[in-house]
Ligand binder design. Sequence first.
Ligand code: ZZB
Length: 263
Amino acid sequence: QEYMAMKLEVTQWGERAKRVADVAQGKKVFFVAATLRSETMYGVTNLFVSPTVKYGLYPSSSTKGSDEEVLYLCTPRSARNMAYQGLLKHDDKVECAGEVDGSELLGTKVHPALSAHNEVYVVPMDTIKDNKGTAVVVCMPADSPDDFIMTQDLRKKPEYYNIEPEWVAAELVPILTTPTYGDRTAEALVKAMKINSSKDTKQLAEAKEIAYKEGFYQGTMIVGKYKGEKVEAVKPKIRDDLYSQNLAFAYSEPENLVMSRSG
Ligand code: ZZB
């Protein structure tokens, strides 16, 4: 599976991130989020981590041969994959500059390139899996049913999720339109399928499938450089633009053997 790994630079560490801010000490730090949907980067409203997952800071390969260190924030498992792919400072061993719990990262601010929002907050998502991608996920509530529902849950129960209400972006940002669902595919699907909470995992998986297909085959961009063009045609162009501007990189993962064996 080849993902686009989006780099979101930390602009301000949150109050709970003192430990990791000390480790980073003014170095550039990028959260790394794995996605298959490059075109949705225009509509990023928040960044998700799992409060129960352990993350780390890893010196990236861009620091090879220079004194300035650039650190990637992701899981140890994904850092290992990155090392094999020559994306970190060392190919043969994983150097971890510091560990951090997902819960410590809540309230930190990052800059999502391309997005209408210049700065967004890191907020929690319980359903993030440690065994896929980097366990850092961009929130795109206009197009992703999971993100739409999670955003709603966070707004309803900020105390339960241990966040400040103002961390959750007030507005979602539509970036593409489809004939069937309009420019808020996620909201339309969630309503039609009567999905009420992030615990409705089976229906959410189904809604995600539909949203993926609809956006890809029927979607037309309504914002950005490729406004008016078909998503199918511009998706790789947006990805390559981000690669060439060093805002993202290709990151692949071996197929999950256990899952494919059990069918
Ligand atoms: C931005 C985005 C915008 C996403 C969208 C989806 C959608 P897949 O297809 O199953 O491989 N994701 C990435 N890593 C994780 C994780 N560890 N745990 C939970 N979710 C994760 O899933 C890849 C997508 O799942 C990624 O693409 C990411 O969210 C999320 F409009 O990034 B996506 C209809 C979906 N729309």
